[in-house]
Ligand binder design. Sequence first.
Ligand code: HEC
Ligand code: HEC
Ligand code: HEC
Ligand code: HEC
Ligand code: HEC
Ligand code: HEC
Length: 204
Amino acid sequence: MALTPGHRSPAGERYRTFDPGAAILRCFQCHSTGPLRLAAGFRIEPSEPGVQCEACHGPGAEHASSLKSIRNPKRLSANEINDLCGACHRKPAAAGDDTDWTNPWNTRHQPLYLAESACFRKSKGKLSCLTCHAAHTPLDRSAAGYDRTCSGCHARPRHRTAVTGRACAACHMPVVEPQANLRFANHWIGVYTGGKPLRPIARP
Ligand code: HEC
Ligand code: HEC
Ligand code: HEC
Ligand code: HEC
Ligand code: HEC
Ligand code: HEC
């Protein structure tokens, strides 16, 4: 439908195993699980392709052989979950980082944006990725479940704007399209106006 982001032609890009920038090794850090092996012809072979159990639960061999306990992310705090998911989806900004909030590509970094929201900052650790997303099932693309989650904390939001018939996220987590056919929900939950979906208006 369109060029893969970062590619310059439909022929694709050639990544060299021992490139000084190590670009291809970094791909595997987020797109495979476990250590990498070097196979014939300097091909990189991952232990397991994709995001598998141990990417989130940590090493599991001892758990499988002797039922020793394993990491259960349910016990992590909201900030720790941002860091866990942020290892691949990008972490919140550290003090002193200057994120370019006008760059639509940055909205793909959900932990970074969520951490800016009043919902996250002012809910005393009650809001994390897991409040809205189940870790083991595909992304829910229907609005009803998210609406229920919002209403769990905002039973009666004060609106002057007409809101009936529209999803909460449609206005408060607007879609950003950095290139054709590629869409991200802006995880900086807030009040957006004037067709500007990158950054919410400042509120007292
Ligand atoms: C810091 C972690 C990270 C690195 C490094 C990374 N990716 Fe990704 N990639 C992701 C995440 C997270 C997504 C899912 C995007 C989303 O929906 O938010 C993704 C999505 C993709 C997709 C689309 C997958 C799909 O199912 O739609 C492709 C293809 C891809 N990456 C290829 C690459 C390649 C090639 C590299 C190396 C040049 C790379 N990635 C480096 C984290 C990473
Ligand atoms: C993307 C991260 C991620 C991956 C990958 C993942 N999990 Fe989980 N898992 C979680 C989180 C977060 C929780 C805690 C929240 C919950 O219970 O849904 C959890 C909880 C669990 C629990 C405990 C449920 C409970 O009721 O306490 C089990 C068992 C589990 N995962 C098994 C697996 C297995 C097996 C795999 C691989 C097939 C896997 N997980 C892959 C993130 C992940
Ligand atoms: C090891 C890296 C890694 C970790 C850790 C990780 N993710 Fe992901 N996640 C990815 C990649 C890569 C994709 C897209 C391609 C794929 O499914 O392999 C993805 C896809 C997703 C999607 C589906 C996006 C879509 O467009 O369908 C959601 C939602 C998601 N992750 C949420 C989470 C949450 C919540 C956590 C923390 C509990 C988490 N991820 C932890 C790498 C990771
Ligand atoms: C865990 C509870 C929680 C959840 C879930 C939650 N919020 Fe919030 N939200 C808060 C808190 C706390 C505030 C700050 C209220 C204040 O300043 O008094 C807030 C503030 C807001 C604001 C005002 C933003 C601003 O910049 O002042 C909006 C709009 C909002 N939430 C919408 C939503 C929407 C839409 C959802 C669902 C996608 C949602 N919230 C989910 C707790 C939550
Ligand atoms: C208040 C609810 C809420 C929270 C909290 C939340 N998300 Fe989402 N997320 C959504 C909604 C709504 C969508 C858009 C779903 C759709 O496309 O229909 C979404 C979509 C996504 C996607 C798909 C790509 C995109 O950006 O549209 C990924 C990946 C994702 N979320 C990861 C995360 C991670 C990681 C966290 C924790 C930092 C997180 N989300 C926290 C509501 C939430
Ligand atoms: C049509 C767009 C739209 C929809 C749909 C919408 N909102 Fe709003 N929301 C706004 C606007 C704009 C404001 C700023 C106040 C105003 O002008 O009404 C606002 C304000 C808020 C506030 C801050 C109010 C305060 O007291 O500070 C919260 C919380 C909120 N909305 C939550 C929600 C929830 C939860 C839903 C879904 C049930 C929702 N909104 C649906 C546009 C919308």
